[in-house]
Design a protein. Structure first.
Length: 377
């Protein structure tokens, strides 16, 4: 990292702050643009440091969703998505290349795990989107004939990412240290300045990871990928349930709500004929009543590689489930609009089709003891 390099080469703290300000707040697109530094230092940085570790390869846009495909330095591909709803910009970012958890409906899961992303590879996804938004803001000002009011310390709020969700490729709890380090960068006022309440980590439910997060005191939002309210059904859809089942998970999730005072978002990918029956709604109701919970129904996005027996549900079935939950158990829910379907960027579709066969990873399992859930891959 350049700040470590600057430190090691004897630069003073204020210099390092200047570089951080230029990169994270002013969003320069190269060391040469950091005009607060001497020409000599800019040259030194250009020669000895990489400005970016992710290379943009493809950028696809649709109405309110954009997807970028990045190439890593070792030639792998990762994806990241920007969603715009009502002016709010949310970046959906990846934490791993592939994922070892193997949920039956997930395209990333079908890739297996290739490797963990570094903290820098994680936060650079957000840096990229911030630069896109800054360029857009400048273009918009020019169109309107207005002078841009750009101030890196406090940029116009429409011109930066406001929310982060770890719902791209990978299971963040399997890359715990790097994800936490990236979150600290994102949260740091001198860097991205995104509040913990605007950062959501989505997990398939890795008990030691959630426990560690509790100790961390970094009170981000938690989304838990539930998908089934009984262990029997969950075992079928989410293989990780055989390692960390609902009886182990619910108490630790309760501890999380108690500590943060905030509800947990329960994600539920709806599969026609599998988990969309009224009985499933009753099971969900029994599990979630009296808990600080919000349920998100996510209609299954078709991934051909996941097989023909997985089918997108119909809306009426989901409405019936919603009504049962609300009227009989007082559990609020939403049916999540599927954003980004047309650019293959919707949740769970972030497998990269560009990847070569030799890059395919292995589907590992914690129960077989060949993947450390809290450590590095
Ligand atoms: N590994 C983490 C975060 C990444 S997955 C987790 O599982 O929570 C982010 C979300 O996308 C999860 O809720 C996941 O269940 C959902 N998802 C995966 N495949 C999907 C699909 N085919 N259709 C709709 N949502 C999907
Ligand atoms: Fe991994 Fe999440 Fe996909 Fe499951 S849904 S395979 S945990 S990325």
């Amino acid at each position: 990292m350049f700040s470590k390099y600057l430190e090691e080469t004897g630069q003073k703290k204020f210099r390092i702050n200047q570089v951080n300000q230029a990169i994270f707040r002013d969003l320069v697109s190269g060391f040469s643009e950091i005009t607060t530094l001497s020409e000599h230092l800019r040259k030194d940085l250009n020669e000895n440091q990489k400005f970016s570790v992710l290379q943009k390869t493809k950028h696809v846009r649709s109405k309110d969703t954009e997807k970028i495909l990045f190439k890593t330095e070792d030639g792998k591909f990762i994806e990241s998505v920007l969603m715009r709803h009502k002016g709010r910009k949310t970046a959906c970012i990846s934490s791993q290349i592939g994922c070892p958890a193997g949920c039956v409906f997930c395209a990333t899961g079908k890739m297996g795990i290739i490797r963990n992303l570094t903290d820098r590879e994680i936060y650079e996804q957000v840096l990229y989107w911030n630069r896109v938004l800054k360029d857009e803001y400048f273009a918009e000002c020019e169109k309107k004939g207005e002078e841009p009011k750009w101030n890196g310390k406090n940029p116009p709020h429409e011109a930066r990412v406001r929310n982060i969700v770890f719902m791209g490729m990978g299971e963040p709890m399997f890359n715990y240290e790097n994800v936490i380090s990236a979150i600290k960068f994102l949260n740091d006022d001198k860097k991205f300045g995104i509040g913990v309440r605007h950062i959501t980590l989505s997990t398939v439910g890795i008990v030691p990871g959630i426990e560690k997060l509790l100790e961390e005191g970094l009170l981000i939002n938690l989304a838990f990928s539930l998908h089934a309210a009984t262990n029997e059904l969950r075992d079928e859809l989410v293989p990780m349930n055989k390692t960390y089942n609902l009886d182990m998970l619910m108490p630790v999730l309760d501890k999380y709500t108690k500590k943060t005072g905030r509800r947990i978002f329960y994600e539920y990918v709806v599969l026609k004929g599998k988990n969309d029956r009224p009985q499933d709604a009753h099971d969900l109701g029994k599990l979630l009543q009296h808990r600080m919970a919000h349920l998100n129904f996510i209609p299954y996005n078709v991934n051909p590689e996941c097989g023909d027996d997985l089918i997108t549900p119909d809306e009426p079935e989901m409405r019936i489930m919603q009504n049962i939950l609300l009227n009989e158990y007082d559990v609020p829910s939403t049916i999540r609009m599927t954003m980004g379907d047309d650019v293959d960027a919707a949740c769970g579709q972030l497998a990269n089709k560009e990847d070569k066969p030799e890059n395919k990873g292995k589907i590992l399992s914690v129960s077989e003891g060949n993947f450390d859930p809290t450590g590095q891959a």
